[in-house]
Ligand binder design. Structure first.
Ligand code: SF4
Ligand code: SF4
Length: 304
């Protein structure tokens, strides 16, 4: 099962429509989108244009402290206009005047580490999850995913409760090991799935979030390692590998005897079609569409 991660923070409606069109045409089955009504509508439109009728939508929200709910913000009193941030942004979210487009910023953090004066920094932006999550399920979203890379247990419990009350087909937990050791990762998961029916939970085993900038085995190593930790725990869950995933992930996972349910690819999947979906006449240019679909198909095939 291939999941395209459009980006929990990607609120660019046109980009999401094009991404979903390309990857649905290529055979992707699950689309991970941000918790915004206009983004769901845009994703559905992309699916409809592709002709695919078996796509499933997953909506992601994060707890406080999770990188997926942050946006870049610039303190111009500290900015020396070096343009490092502008050059490092893969999402074209910063223009040459160092203005950040919130709709395009996915909170990846690439710009933060390049800034010599710490002028560009993360700002958290939460959603009204009590309102948006029921709306999403009522409008066809089958998977609600909670990213739990933060220390705020109260926020985690509140959001997890709302997700369960919405009764989606699947609830998904996205977790990595950056902030916690293996023991706490498993403790958190066990606590969260305690009352859930077997195999109605997906564990999105995140290697290093938003790190799939290249196609090497090294980049995907942590994602496969995280999946192995979940597999070894023998939990009644589906394992989705993510966070540094690329065309090498399935090969490495098979070599390591990981029985994964799916592979979620974000950064790498978006990067390889970016030159095609970014052109102004994309919807009129069927040759460009075909090339993008062919590239997406190769990635999906490699993830089987
Ligand atoms: S580099 Fe990442 S965090 Fe910075 S503006 Fe671009 S998408 Fe946002
Ligand atoms: S990297 Fe920092 S100092 Fe340089 S342009 Fe961006 S915000 Fe300004």
């Amino acid at each position: 099962m291939f999941k395209l991660v459009c980006g929990a923070g990607n609120e660019d409606v046109e980009s999401v429509k094009r991404l979903v069109f390309v990857y649905a045409s290529a055979g992707a089955k699950i689309f991970d989108i941000s918790a915004r009504r206009e983004i769901l509508e845009s994703a559905k439109l992309g699916q409809k244009i592709s002709g695919a009728d078996d796509s499933h939508f997953c909506v992601s929200i994060g707890i406080k402290g999770d990188p997926h709910i942050r946006k870049a913000s610039v303190d111009f009193s500290k900015c020396i206009k070096c343009a490092n941030c502008f050059k490092s942004c893969q999402s074209d979210a910063i223009d040459s005047s160092i203005i950040v487009d919130d709709k395009k910023c996915i909170g990846c953090g690439a710009c933060f580490v390049k800034c010599p004066t710490k002028a560009i920094h993360p700002v958290e932006r939460d959603v009204n999850y009590r309102e948006i999550l029921p709306y999403m399920v009522q409008n066809g979203v089958e998977i609600l995913e909670l990213h739990i890379m933060g220390h705020d247990r109260e926020d985690l419990n509140k959001k997890w409760q709302v997700i369960n009350e919405c009764n989606p087909k699947y609830a998904s937990i996205c977790i990595d090991r950056e902030n916690f050791g293996n023991i706490e990762v498993l403790e958190r998961i066990l606590e969260m799935i305690k009352y859930r029916k077997p195999y109605t939970t997906i564990i999105q085993a995140d290697g290093i979030p938003m790190s799939g900038a290249d196609d090497s085995f090294k980049t995907t190593l942590q994602a496969v390692a995280m999946a192995e930790i979940i597999q070894n725990a023998k939990l009644p869950v589906h394992i989705m590998i993510s966070g540094g995933t690329n065309s090498k992930t399935a090969e490495l996972a098979k070599l390591c005897n990981i029985n994964y349910w799916g592979i979620a690819v974000g950064s790498w999947a978006r990067k390889i079609v970016k030159p095609y979906i970014g052109i102004p006449d994309f919807w009129e240019n069927t040759e460009v569409q075909k090339e993008a679909i062919m590239i997406a198909k190769q990635l999906i095939l490699s993830c089987n």
